[in-house]
Design a protein around this ligand. Sequence first.
Ligand SMILES: Nc1ncnc2c1ncn2[C@@H]1O[C@H](COP(=O)(O)OP(=O)(O)OP(=O)(O)O)[C@@H](O)[C@H]1O
Ligand SMILES: [Mg+2]
Length: 434
Amino acid sequence: MSLTEHRRVFAKGRARGAALAVAAAALVFAALAASGALAVGYAIAGFVIVAAAAWFGARGGEKAGAALQAPAPAPRADDPLPALVAGLADPVVAVGRDGRVLAFNEPAQALAPALRQGEPVALALRMPELTEAVVRAFTAAAPQRFQYSERVPVDRWFEAVAIPVEHAPPALAKGRTEPGKPDLVVLSFRDLTPLRRVEEMRADFVANASHELRTPLAALSGFIETLQGPARDDAKARERFLAIMQEQARRMARLIDDLLSLSRIELNAHRRPDTAVDLVPIVRQVIDALQMLARDRGVTVNVEAADALWVLGDRDELVRVLENLVENALKYGATGKRVDMTAVSASVDGHDEAQMIVRDYGPGIAPEHLPRLTERFYRVDVRESRAQGGTGLGLALVKHILNRHRGRLTIESTPGAGATFVVHLPLLDTPSSR
Ligand SMILES: Nc1ncnc2c1ncn2[C@@H]1O[C@H](COP(=O)(O)OP(=O)(O)OP(=O)(O)O)[C@@H](O)[C@H]1O
Ligand SMILES: [Mg+2]
């Protein structure tokens, strides 16, 4: 239906309403005059006033209605708009002058499943900001930008922009454009959630890092004051305090080392190591190095390894991965009294991989913690980790190192029965096959 036809229908409706009002007024005034309640002269004058008001009202309404309600055309076969909108990657909805949806694409449908062509956009996207932006884009004929967030089912943030399009393509514009007025508003949406998450992570990281540094620093300052003051001449206390201070200084140094390692590994994340490395000697070296700790904790370490497991890797980084996993098993799983270290090859989805499996029989880890263990500074029990000298960066380092090696870490645990950490790395057939 063309705009002129729309207006004609709209005007016809108004005129019919006015005619009915005039007829009703004629009846009422005639009855009043007949019953003698009103003089005939007054009845005629009253009727004329009501009729005139109805006539002017109908005309004025027609004009106002036409200005505010230029209706959206029904989609036409030669209308390029739906195809154009469908070809855009971001969620996009085209809205007509009457606030009804002209076209939308699949990403928009995923964002607002209630979107229907020809229905008011406000029904599918129930946000006052959005309705306001669309109206303002039409009236001001200028783009309107706004942000909003959703809480259900998960927190998400969006930026939307309502862009008025003044000249629709000729095929569409025929008979309905009004010079100087937008024909439609294109609403497009951008998901800001990943950006927000990164921002939050950055802020959390800075807060965590400074907190972790401040704790040993506060201890150091406290002991320095004590040694300068009350314990100045107490040789025994001095010995004890200096030992604690040394331990705290080491902890700070380790934290800084770990942070620097993390950022270095992240910087090189895109560069896969290209040296062939055998994992088996690494396993033996790490187990030997941690024998003291194992003895200290009363844990027996059983090692089972293939003859050789060649992968492309950075030797020092792989040592670091295994060191942290075995150290964790010895520190947090000591009550199990036993740790099994296995290094084998396996075929997963048709690909050969090397697996280094560290299994302990300690308290294990509750399932809600598992997905978060590789986050920086994440610890199940902060106090226990600190008491063990941990900074909570070990598994974050493991994850980043393995990413760089195109490998991955999987963790399984049954609370009360221990935990299993598995390092998966793509296997090289022989060192010469690289
Ligand atoms: N084998 C395990 N059994 C039970 N809990 C574990 C085990 N391994 C890790 N965890 C939990 O995961 C947390 C994170 O480990 P991660 O290695 O990242 O940090 P950390 O050991 O506390 O510190 P760092 O490795 O820097 O010394 C630990 O604090 C501990 O709560
Ligand atoms: Mg650790």
